[in-house]
Design a protein around this ligand. Sequence first.
Ligand SMILES: C[S@@+](CC[C@H](N)C(=O)[O-])C[C@H]1O[C@@H](n2cnc3c(N)ncnc32)[C@H](O)[C@@H]1O
Length: 249
Amino acid sequence: MKIFEKLETLAYRNIVVPLQGRTTFNFVNEHYNKGMKVLDFGCGTGSNSKLFNPEDYIGSEVDSSRVESSGKKYPKYKFEKIPIINSSKDKLPWADNSFDMIFVSLCLHHINAGSCKHIFKEFRRVLKSNGKILGIEPALIDGKYFSNILMNILDAGDYILPINKYKNMYKSESFTTTHINVVKIFGYNLWQYSSVATDEEPTKFENGKTQIRKITKPIHLLGLYGKWVVLIFLGYKLIDLLINMFGSM
Ligand SMILES: C[S@@+](CC[C@H](N)C(=O)[O-])C[C@H]1O[C@@H](n2cnc3c(N)ncnc32)[C@H](O)[C@@H]1O
């Protein structure tokens, strides 16, 4: 499946990121000042590094091929491979109180709430006491049936949640979350928020996929691989046609 993953990364970098660009830029600009130490958690292809000063920024990724390609594309910035955090034994490779901001964009909806709890514990540890999390996630919005279903068909993430459920997930590790905005891009409703650590009692959070995802997952998988097979086939047919047209001249 490596070839399909590479094609997905290519499409992500060249279609999704540019479409989202301006709104993410505005959002980050309102909260980030030069000199703030920033951890970009789940930095993917590294495209968001450009929003920050190279001296302030560390991009972190569980996927080593993305760490390598980000480093090549954005040589002024630092990218690090991190372990998958699934239990209290798993740690981020930074000391306590290292960052003023953790930027987490389009990442949590790939991770179940149980693992998010452990990740948030680590966020609390590596954030300075006055630090904050700045986040963007696709969110299910009441009454927006078309977007809710479309996101679940297009997206690889199994955990696109309603805003309240994301908030509860943060609350389960005593973070309080401020709603900032919902921006609509490419049929997606992207929720922008900030979270800070508090001394409040942690609450319980229920794990698992939404009903929509349970139903749309097979359609998502069919589309995920099917579209590339169809595009490769059409490309082959086009080349064949051109060779037949011009080869006989
Ligand atoms: C859709 S990409 C988002 C990339 C980037 N943050 C952006 O906004 O363009 C999601 C990223 O989350 C990473 N990811 C998935 N599961 C993860 C986990 N358990 N811990 C950390 N990162 C994870 C993936 O490797 C992927 O690069």
